[in-house]
Design a protein around this ligand. Sequence first.
Ligand code: NAD
Length: 440
Amino acid sequence: MSREELVVQRARKAFQTGKTKPLELVTERKKEIADSLKKDLGKSERCTELFETLGCEGEIRLALQHLSDWAAPRPVEKTLMTLVDQAYVQPQPLGLVLIIGAWNYPWAVTLQPLVGAIAAGNAAIIKPSEVSSHSARAMEELLPLYLDTDLYPVVTGGVSETQELLRQRWDHVFYTGSSSVGRLVMEAAAAHLTPVTLELGGKSPCYIHSDCNIRVAEDHVGKFVNCGQTCISPDYVLCEPSVQSRLLEEVRECIKEFYTENPKGFEDYGRIINQRHFRRIMGLMEGSTVALGGDCDEADCYIGPTVLKDVSADSKVMKEEIFGPVLPIISVSGVDQAIQFISDREKPLVIYVFTEDKKIIQRMIADTSSGALLANDCLVHFTVSTLPFGGVGHSGMGCYKGKHTFDQLSHLRSCLIKSSSLESVNSLRYPPHTQRKINW
Ligand code: NAD
């Protein structure tokens, strides 16, 4: 048998093991993925499909469709000196990528970066969060059935295992989680000069201007998706006092419509991940006025959709990211004060603004900073793969989604291939540097 035949035979055998099938992993194992999320977060099958698996499938299909374009040399504009040369950017794999995930969307925050890591030609080690333990276990069992275990192993475990992983040398670390752990990740990576992507959180504000249709605004606020345990959840609302009273009425109706009169018994309303977080969220409400909801059950990790009114800027609930189904409303006198309020704090992952006035939207864009800005809707920018998703400042660094993940996990190598045919042009830069050559 020739060497070529041997290579083809070996590749075919490896292919037949089915270890190159991330898309099949997601499409064939929806049931197992949904079961794990039901146990971890009380997520319904529909919510799992909508908020976890659909996005992963979309990212995989996009990569399959565009991979040859993404990986191809990217010609760049040339200068007079390089007119006859070849100048292009050649994406190149970084090498070994460590992907550390958070617990709130345990599949999406690990599989979506993994798609880009594979597409870019890297090996990747996946470390799911130990907090969503059922998902971590399912990932450990299922990934080896669809992906090569040498190239894409899953490592489970808690803080000490993650710290041990972080002591190793990587070519890139892709971390999703809190800002405080993000700092530790960056510190560990610095020891090897390893670049990092930090997908962090923070307090994302939502400014509702008095001119907007409050009903529409409320429909789109999306605070209670995954019980508020969403990094891009609007953390708090800023609005004029007159808007607050209208908003409260609309939110009351909206909760009933979305989650029935009894959210606790409704399939699409989930649970807090564990009792530690339950107590943390309940503690954050101390000292604030509950205007809607507030019902809870510690044994069941249940907190109903809750709205706090007339919240002061120095209250407990404004001290950290809430990451739960609690929406504080803070009064401001208008857009100027809202911009000031936002600018006085750390740069958030996203700013939401609801208004019919395009000038207000443009002012928000010009006068504030955040990972993203979304006007007249919430959450959906994450589904637009052409928009880079990521934070700035305390909400993170680097970005992903679609081609952005591919680029993030590639080295964009500059290549300049000089032609020797026009040496006369090159001679202009050689000494002696006469005035005639400089003027040319
Ligand atoms: P978490 O506690 O599961 O931690 C995330 C990962 O960090 C886990 O894999 C965990 O093992 C590891 N970890 C925890 N403590 C560590 C330590 N001391 N040293 C090393 N590794 C450690 O999740 P979390 O941090 O509670 O996640 C919630 C946060 O994640 C929120 O702030 C949320 O906004 C953010 N988040 C951001 C995005 C995004 O895309 N920007 C997405 C989801 C969640």
